[in-house]
Write a protein that binds this ligand. Structure first.
Ligand SMILES: Cc1ncc(COP(=O)(O)O)c(C=O)c1O
Ligand SMILES: N[C@@H](CCCC[NH3+])C(=O)O
Length: 440
């Protein structure tokens, strides 16, 4: 397993993250446990700032909170001077409870409800990324009713297929997201926005997909976006202040992954923007980015305890852990690959290839199909790396399994930022119709 950030093997042969022994963390907090290397999250935020400052462009980085959000994470993002992208009232509520400045929040989503729009307006968020004609109409009507002016970006689909899993591609024409450029819908949306007296069109947004390694998808998309903007300038006399090219920067889950560095991604993106602006004599817009995975993915490790094993000679050996698709649904959903190691015997030589199974009542609940490990014993600790993005945020209670705790580690100090769910949490919304119930 590749050791990201501040992970290393200590003198006891134990995996250490952020100066904390994972064996001690397991004893103190139990397993499964999400462990985040706080310093690595901070340094990823700073990488974006530093790379963007170098380009001389005006910029804004909004952390895509869908990747991982809790109160402490929102606070960290605020401290690091990033904005925040939310997609629901739940994410908005969490950010506001954390004291995140509302004017630095962007609201996304292809089906924002009227309540969500109202709540976001009440909170005075920075802007809406409008996804469809229905939302344009509703937003104008609500804004007019309230007598307020609302800043918006329009999400457009440039018709670019990013080289990634089909479930996380979003820039292609046939997508539930955004206004399609090719068919003229995006053009129409701009015209409607400009005609909407209570909407202030700041610019356009596009997000072509997630876990992208190659810069060509971004380059291709930006050329299309800049040509689209130039056509708007000529046809509608509209010049965009902001170009938001979304997130999607890939990370290294396994040794097969060779992601481009953040600096290189930014270099490619900004070079093509500058080049296009020069060719088209278009004023260089402010660049907005929305990274999620690349901020938190590598910082997260999930720690499990190994329980049962099942050996099928000449077929495979199943090694079961105390979590699975409830804390990490990505292998079951996308066939995503991960690497793992024994956290309590990190120096032991790998001896066999096993398959790591979750504990859910589902054959597809497999975390890793082929994982090289020493010969494992029950009660060994298994660390799965790179689970920081879309692990906790997509966790669920299938089989009424409790969501694990989340712990931040930094400079040898650990602190719980999200408590492990309790059994009581699992039934807290259940109606109990039995009189004199013994449930406490
Ligand atoms: C609109 C939008 N912005 C940003 C992101 C963040 O993507 P990632 O976590 O891959 O950086 C996503 C998710 O794919 C998204 O849908
Ligand atoms: N949830 C996805 C990415 C989609 C992000 C939102 N558009 C993942 O785990 O990779």
């Amino acid at each position: 397993m590749y050791l990201h950030g501040n992970s290393r093997v200590d003198h006891n042969g134990h995996l250490e993250i952020g100066g904390c022994s994972t064996v001690q963390l397991a004893e103190q907090y139990g397993t499964p446990l999400y462990i985040y290397d706080e310093v690595l999250i901070e340094s990823k935020c700073r990488e974006f700032h530093e790379a963007l400052k170098e380009t001389g462009l005006k910029y804004q980085v909004a952390y895509a909170s869908k990747a991982f959000l809790c109160i402490e994470q929102a606070r960290l993002i605020e401290r690091e001077g990033l904005c925040l992208d939310v997609v629901s009232s739940g994410e908005l509520y969490t950010a506001l409870q954390a004291g995140f400045p509302p004017e630095k929040i962007h609201f996304h989503g292809n089906n924002k409800s009227i309540e969500e729009i109202e709540e976001a307006l009440d909170a005075k968020i920075g802007c809406f990324v409008v996804d469809n004609f229905f939302e344009l109409e509703v937003l104008q009507a609500i804004a007019e009713d309230r007598g307020v002016y609302v800043s918006i970006l329009l999400r457009v689909t440039p018709g670019v297929e990013a080289h990634t899993h089909e479930y996380v591609m979003t820039g292609q024409e046939d997508s539930k997201f955004g206004f399609d450029i090719t068919s003229g819908q995006a053009n129409e949306a701009v015209a409607i926005s400009l005609d909407s007296p209570n909407l202030k069109l700041l610019g356009i947004h596009s997000h072509i997909g997630s876990q992208i390694f190659e810069p060509d998808g971004f380059v291709h998309a930006i050329k299309i976006l800049m040509n689209f903007l130039n056509a708007l300038k000529n046809e509608l006399d509209y010049t965009a202040e902001i170009l938001n090219v979304g997130g999607g920067f890939g990370i290294r889950y396994t040794s097969e992954d060779e992601p481009l560095s953040i600096v290189k991604h930014i270099d490619q993106i900004t070079s093509i923007i500058k080049q296009q602006c020069e060719e088209l004599s278009y004023p260089v817009p402010e660049l907005w980015l929305e990274p999620g995975r690349s901020i938190v993915g590598e910082a997260g490790t999930t720690l499990y305890t190994i329980g049962a094993t099942k050996n099928l000679p000449s077929v495979r050996k199943y090694v079961s852990v105390d979590g699975g698709m409830t804390d990490n649904i990505r292998p079951a959903l996308y066939g995503s690959k991960y690497e793992a190691m024994l956290a309590n015997r990190a120096n032991d030589e790998n001896k066999e290839v096993v398959s790591i199974a979750g504990k859910c009542c589902e054959s597809g609940d497999m975390l890793i199909w082929d994982c090289e490990l020493p010969v494992v014993e029950s009660n060994d600790l298994l660390a799965v790396s790179c689970t920081g993005a879309y692990g906790y945020s997509m966790a669920n209670n299938y089989n009424r399994i409790r969501r694990p705790a989340v712990v931040f580690v930094k400079d040898g100090v650990s602190r719980v930022v999200v408590q492990r769910e309790t059994y009581k949490d699992l039934i807290k919304n259940d109606m109990i119709y039995i009189e004199n119930s013994s449930i406490r």
